[in-house]
Design a protein around this ligand. Structure first.
Ligand SMILES: C[S@@+](CC[C@H](N)C(=O)[O-])C[C@H]1O[C@@H](n2cnc3c(N)ncnc32)[C@H](O)[C@@H]1O
Length: 270
């Protein structure tokens, strides 16, 4: 298996990209009503500047543009060239948005003390060294600026009725992401990592969503289907069998799934 992230430009192509972008759109649609309240409670308002680090195809960047309005500024940072170009196209009509093709772990072209807020959404899980990104986020925030990180922790993923092979499936997926240099259990580690990067006033919350908020199929599409791509190629047939069985069980009225996202907010000292 390759050591590069599934988001590296040489791997993330064609159908795989279309599927992942649809998943991100669906995930953003489901999660945004809750997330925007978190951002507003943290103080985000019209006229603020926010950097969307690892902005992907710019779905959230566009939502943020509406929040800060034309008097604000959103800078989306994306390493993958194809996603950078999609984000540029998606946000082209917003004067308050700029998209940059940078590696978020090395933001040498971004000045110190530049932004009121930084948002890092489902990015740290993909990085071999997430500390580097957090140190850069701290550097480019203004004193008093806030970093908001959202990310997964697969220990918060559960389905009922119990499925015997789910634990092994999640374990193999986790090994796959480890091979890419990522971590599917990063959520609970983020508060400590932010403290080490220099942030203060760290607040941690866990947000859950369930197969009752959305349909069981949508729940599995957002949380589970893409995990097949993280498995060792030799395990893909087995993984597909496990997944098909879980989808089949999800049509039973007794099915219930829950997934959780860590949200950690920290401040750069004045
Ligand atoms: C799961 S996607 C999330 C995209 C977006 N934040 C969202 O929530 O819709 C992770 C994104 O992080 C980007 N990424 C990963 N490593 C990066 C790095 N070192 N610098 C910048 N972007 C990176 C990937 O290319 C991808 O677009």
């Amino acid at each position: 298996m390759s050591n590069s992230s599934p988001y590296s430009s040489e791997q993330f192509v064609n159908d795989e990209a279309d599927n992942e972008i649809s998943r991100l759109e669906e995930q953003a649609r489901v999660r945004w009503p809750q997330e925007v309240l978190v951002l507003r409670n943290a103080g985000l308002k019209a006229g603020n500047s926010i950097v969307d680090i690892g902005c992907g195809p710019g779905i959230i960047t566009e939502y943020l543009a509406k929040e800060v309005d034309e008097s604000g500024l959103v800078v989306g940072i994306e390493k993958n060239e194809m996603l950078y170009s999609l984000a540029t196209t998606r946000t082209a009509t917003y004067n308050q948005v700029q998209i940059r093709n940078y590696d978020a772990c090395d933001l040498i072209e971004v000045n110190d003390n530049s932004f009121d807020f930084a948002y890092v959404r489902f990015v740290l899980q993909h990085l071999p060294d997430p500390n580097k990104l957090l140190i850069e986020a701290h550097r480019i925030l203004k004193p008093g600026g806030k970093l908001i990180v959202m990310d997964v922790d697969d220990s918060l993923f559960h389905i009922t009725p119990y499925h015997q092979e789910l634990a092994q499936f999640l374990s193999e997926v986790s090994k796959g992401q480890d091979n890419y240099g990522g971590d599917r259990y990063i959520g609970h580690k983020i508060p400590c990592m932010m403290f080490d990067a220099g942030f203060t006033q760290i607040h941690t919350s866990v947000y859950t969503f369930t197969s009752k908020n959305i349909s069981p199929q949508e729940f599995l599409d957002i949380t589970t289907k893409f995990k097949i791509d993280l498995l060792d190629p030799a395990l893909k047939d087995w993984g597909n069998d496990v997944l098909n069985e879980i989808y089949r069980k999800s049509q039973d009225g007794a099915f219930f799934g829950t997934a959780g996202v860590y949200c950690v907010i920290g401040e750069k000292e004045m």
